[in-house]
Design a protein around this ligand. Structure first.
Ligand code: ARG
Length: 593
């Protein structure tokens, strides 16, 4: 691979921050501060906001500066010369307005076209991250909450991977626990020949689960056997291990159907994987004096919480929290992850708060005023609601069958596509395969985008009509916008692969400049989305980009104009950036629609 030039590496903000840092060191060598560079909405392209904060640090210490404005002036003057900056000005209490050089912006876009969008990857402060997402429970239903976790987690993983972080995509499936005694005994009872049957025989695991639960609740003799069953399973008895494995396999193949539809890759390391590590981890916490006896259980008391974190139940069994502590230990020490991210509904926030606190008390994670990494984050999300404003369910069953949901998204998008193509008389231009692939990309993309575009903490209402609409902020609208750009380029009959090597971009028209500046913000948008774990930031950017492109295209003639080459390259750059956004969101872009 080509070496990255230092002028390209990192986002524009990161590059400007580098220049500002040099200036700050020259301006006020006696204080150490972080550069504060932001996009500026009004007076310039970017601005540096360090002056006021610096003023409050140096005033009264015999400094020669008279006021924050004077500091701002000095920061502007001390900026090392660079071809990034066209001009600067200082406003009010020392804001340094920075105008970027058109030539530099144009060159940066062209470099991206030549060397690929990877050169616009932001630089993140970690090398390896664990993202724990999806994580359904064996034999229980994989509900819309798990769908949200799958979609959000996959997007975060894609954004980190794009930013050159080594991501361990972990499916922390609930494959261990007391319910297995019940399930296994029920399997033995219902299917005496269970060893011969294929996974299809049990058929619907959710129904199987319910039936066994019913039996468990109503027959004390069965209940006792089930409780014994857990002990035998955990004791490693062969027949029980095998039955456990069979049940997990059936669930797994159901989960895999959803992952395949969504094109999501996950590596399963379920709760059972960490079970052997629990005793030694609890031992360590115990030796640090963190574990106390309370009402027969072993617990960790955590400041600010009413109830303690139970790590060994009163019956001696381990639980969700003990497993999570062992998993965290493993991720920190064996996998050497610097950032460990958990994607679940907000309802689990307390669990994560408590066990993160326990890890801090154990000294596994740095305290509030120490270094930033390793670090843990809980990525919480809200509920999916139905049109009745209640928790989302489908008509037929109480829970939504995820595979059916995705099938419906696809078939709806297909019939809309067919209808439109028929009306336009364009149906003849499409092969069956193209129709299939496009309706899949559009349908699944719509489901993902509808989920991702909101701030993840808010609840959102699931509506096929809304998400499949071609108007407003929807994936369908964005797919059209992207396909339109591709068609502009196709119709020009020019080879952009050739143009990008021979032609040049210029940004003389105001709408060209606005579009160009927005394009080069891509890296900092991804950086922000990663830093704050907010995929909606990328959605917002993608939507705004398509709006800015429309404005540019309305006001700037492309094909047949004297600026044709430059403008075609801007079209191409927009299409490339849009595709990369789709990619990060796990949506397959379509080139023709
Ligand atoms: N299986 C859990 C559930 O369905 C989610 C697990 C999340 N990951 C974790 N390490 N606790 O709610």
């Amino acid at each position: 691979p080509q070496e990255q030039e230092s002028t390209v590496a990192g986002s524009v903000k990161q590059q400007l921050s580098g220049l500002v840092l040099m200036s700050l060191r020259a301006t006020v060598p006696e204080v150490e501060v972080e550069p504060m560079v932001e996009v500026s909405a009004k007076f310039a392209d970017y601005q540096c906001n360090n002056a006021m904060g610096l003023w409050s640090k140096v005033k009264g210490s015999g400094t020669s500066f008279k006021n924050p404005n004077a500091i701002g002036q000095a920061i502007a003057k001390n900026l090392p010369s660079s071809d990034i900056i066209e001009s600067t000005s200082v406003a009010g209490p020392g804001f340094v307005n920075i105008v970027l050089s058109n030539r530099w912006v144009a060159q940066r876009i062209q470099d991206m076209l030549v060397n690929g969008i990877k050169t616009w990857a932001p630089i993140l402060p970690v090398k390896r991250a664990v993202i724990d997402f999806s994580s359904p429970n064996i034999a229980k239903e994989m509900h819309v909450g798990h769908l949200r976790s799958t979609i959000i987690g996959d997007t975060l993983a894609r954004m980190f991977e794009f930013s050159n972080v080594d991501v361990l995509r972990r499916n922390h499936v609930g494959d261990w626990g007391t319910q297995f005694g019940m399930l296994i005994e029920y399997l033995f009872e219902k299917f005496p020949n269970w060893q011969e049957i294929g996974s299809q025989a049990i058929g619907d695991l959710q129904i199987f689960y319910k039936a066994s639960k019913h039996r468990f609740d109503n027959d004390p003799e069965f209940k006792a056997r089930a409780q014994q069953g857990v002990v035998r399973l955990q004791g490693g008895e062969e027949r029980y291990r095998e039955a456990w494995k069979k049940i997990c396999d059936i669930s797994r193949s159901e989960f895999d159907l959803v992952y395949k539809r969504l094109n999501v890759v996950l590596e399963e390391k379920g709760e059972s994987f960490y079970n052997p590590y629990i005793p030694q981890v609890l031992e360590e916490l115990s030796s640090k004096g963190l574990i106390k006896e309370s009402e027969g259980a072993r617990v960790i008391f955590i400041q600010g919480h009413q109830i303690p974190l139970i790590v060994v139940k009163s019956d001696g069994g381990f639980n969700y929290a003990s497993t999570d502590l062992a998993a965290l230990w493993y991720r920190l020490n064996v996998e050497q992850a610097e950032w460990i991210i958990y994607v679940t509904d907000v309802g689990q926030q307390q669990h994560f708060d408590m066990f993160f606190s326990a890890a801090k008390m154990a000294g596994w994670l740095p305290g509030p005023n120490e270094k930033k990494f390793p670090k843990t984050s809980h990525v919480g999300f809200g509920l999916v609601l139905g049109s009745d404003g209640k928790r989302f369910r489908t008509r037929s069953t109480e829970v939504v069958r995820l595979v059916e949901l995705l099938d419906e998204a696809k078939s709806r998008s297909k019939s809309e596509l067919l209808q439109r193509l028929t009306e336009n008389g364009k149906i003849v231009d499409w092969t069956d395969e193209e129709l299939e692939q496009t309706s899949e990309a559009v349908g699944y993309g719509a489901v993902k985008y509808a989920d991702l575009k909101n701030n993840r903490l808010t609840n959102y209402t699931f509506s096929f009509e809304q998400m499949l609409s071609d108007k407003g902020n929807t994936a369908v609208y964005l797919q059209y916008a992207h396909a339109r750009i591709c068609s502009i380029i196709r119709k020009s009959n020019k080879d952009v692969e050739d143009l990008k090597m021979t032609g040049a971009i210029s940004l003389d028209h105001p709408d060209e400049r606005v579009l160009g500046l927005y394009l080069i913000r891509f890296a900092e948008v991804v950086e922000e989305a990663c830093t704050n774990l907010l995929p909606n930031v990328v959605c917002e950017y993608l939507y705004n980009l398509s709006e800015m492109f429309t404005k540019f295209y309305t006001n700037c003639q492309v094909v047949g104009s004297p600026e044709e080459t430059s403008r075609l390259l801007l079209c191409q750059a927009t299409a490339v950036v849009m595709r990369q956004c789709f990619n990060l969101l796990g949506i397959t872009p379509v080139y023709k629609l």
